[in-house]
Design a protein around this ligand. Structure first.
Ligand SMILES: [Zn+2]
Length: 93
């Protein structure tokens, strides 16, 4: 049975998730303990939550958003960006 091919694809996908997780885990010291929007508790020990919550970094400020708020936040962020245009941006180009 060609089980190996299936496993390789799964491994590749898992690696991408791992990379993303590693990035988030690297910031764990700075991560807030709850959603920056609704205050929902963020469980750092839950891989599912770590994988689905969104982390935003602006300067020294790290914010996290639960999946529920993130959908709405993307709209708000657009508006906020327009409002905070004077703020310092660290864009790498
Ligand atoms: Zn939330």
């Amino acid at each position: 049975m060609p089980k190996k091919i299936k496993n390789q694809n799964a491994k590749k996908a898992a690696k991408e998730i791992e990379k993303d997780l590693a990035k988030k885990i690297g910031m764990f010291d700075q991560l807030p303990e709850s959603c920056s929007s609704c205050g929902d508790f963020f469980d750092k020990t839950s891989i599912q939550e770590v994988a689905s919550w969104q982390v935003t970094v602006r300067g020294d400020t790290v914010r996290i958003y639960c999946p529920n708020c993130w959908g709405r936040a993307t709209e708000l962020v657009k508006a906020a960006d327009e409002l905070t245009e004077g703020e310092e941006h660290n864009e790498v180009s």
